[in-house]
Write a protein that binds this ligand. Structure first.
Ligand SMILES: *Cc1c(COP(=O)(O)O)cnc(C)c1O
Length: 370
């Protein structure tokens, strides 16, 4: 039995729409699926303006550029993050400020955010890690007090809800990833989403090599833009996946709660929380082993590999990566990262497969305390 980490679910509708796009989606039809995908995604998210992109990283880059973020500006984000969240900040010449995370949600600690705010802070990026939800009420309160925006990195939070609103629809703008490992996929791809019409127009212009959409002259950019567009063929795949989004999210949740049930005999492990008022998309079931009990991540990974299970390590703290050498260590970020393991989750994963992974988690947990 070989258990992959994630894998996409491609059904007959996906194949049908992609085949149609590649056969007919040219000339006058070249934006047909793109327009449809952007509209449907916006309806699903309940946000009026969406732009399909080649990646989540690209969507974030464009949004930050449109806000005028650059040298001398600071952007606050969690130390526990995928590199994609900080890379655009660095490319724009701004300074990332890494802050510590909360013990339970593994997302931004609002108190640490407050301590990190300065007159140079231009934005806070709230990453809903592994589909868990940031404390948006607190973060919005802080940001509103300072007159700065909250940006949501909802790459991992498709299907997550915060007090009735979808993750990625709450801040000034939200970005999503449609990478092959994510809950819905276009192979590679992303979405930029906002309620702000002016920001939308700026990002739309940037996204099209700086050409404004009302420009009548051909080949006439008004600013130096970026090129992070999704293709119509990918959008066709996106349309089919979006038709199935509830089904795909529900299966992620089924798998997560199966893990939770089977691991309930090991109360020392913590897993993704779902506090009152939230609903998690459960992209990545994750277990965090207890502190001070001699858990050895490398040994644990070896055990998973020996058992043909493609488990993954929790994200490394960004402050520990070589390019950010010299930035202060964040205690919880460092500690949790060294004790966390992502467990496999993919559409159609059988209960026996979950049980098989759980048996290995159990052997690792028992081994670590003896
Ligand atoms: C996957 C991911 C991204 C990047 O998505 P791409 O589509 O690969 O650019 C950004 N942030 C987080 C938290 C992610 O997990």
């Amino acid at each position: 039995m070989k258990i992959p980490y994630t894998k996409p679910s491609i059904g007959p509708m996906e194949i049908e729409l992609v085949t149609d796009a590649v056969a007919t989606g040219w000339g006058e039809n070249c934006y047909q699926y793109l327009d449809l995908f952007e509209r449907r995604f916006g309806e699903w998210l309940d946000v009026p303006y969406t732009i399909a992109t080649s990646s989540c990283t690209g969507a974030l880059h464009m949004g930050l550029l449109a806000l005028g973020i650059g040298p001398g500006d600071e952007v606050i984000l969690a130390d526990t993050n995928w590199i994609a969240t900080v890379a655009p900040v660095v490319h724009l010449g701004a300074t990332p400020i890494f802050v510590d995370i909360l013990d339970d949600s593994w997302c931004l600690d609002p108190i640490k955010v407050q301590e990190a705010l300065t007159t140079r802070t231009k934005a806070i990026i709230a990453t809903h890690l592994y589909g868990n939800l940031c404390n948006m009420f607190e973060l919005l309160r802080l940001a509103n007090d300072m007159g700065i925006p909250i940006i949501e990195d909802a790459a991992e939070a498709i299907g997550s809800l915060y007090f009735g609103r979808r993750a990625g629809s709450i801040g000034l703008f939200g970005v999503f990833s449609l990478h092959g490992s994510k809950t819905i996929t276009t192979g590679e791809g992303g979405v930029f989403a906002t309620r702000d019409p002016e920001l939308y127009e700026r990002v739309l212009t940037i996204s099209n090599h700086g050409r404004a959409r009302e420009e009548t002259r051909q080949f006439w950019p008004e600013v130096v833009g970026l090129k992070y567009k999704m293709s119509n063929i990918q959008a066709a795949l996106g349309c089919a996946q979006l038709e199935r989004v509830e089904e795909l999210v529900n299966d992620k949740r089924r798998i997560f709660f199966k893990y939770k049930e089977l691991l309930s005999g090991l109360p020392q492990l913590s897993m993704n929380p779902e506090p009152e008022g939230t609903f998690i998309g459960a992209w990545m079931p994750t277990v965090v082993f207890p502190e001070f009990e001699g858990f050895n991540r490398e040994q644990a990974l070896e055990t998973f590999q020996r058992n043909q299970i493609d488990a993954r390590v929790f994200f490394w703290p960004l402050s520990e990566l070589p390019m950010f050498k010299g930035t202060p260590t964040q205690r919880r970020s460092k500690s949790i990262s060294s004790r966390g393991i992502n467990l496999p989750s993919y559409f159609g994963m059988k209960d026996e497969e979950v049980q098989y992974v759980v048996d290995v988690v159990r052997s690792v947990a028992v081994g670590s305390t003896t």
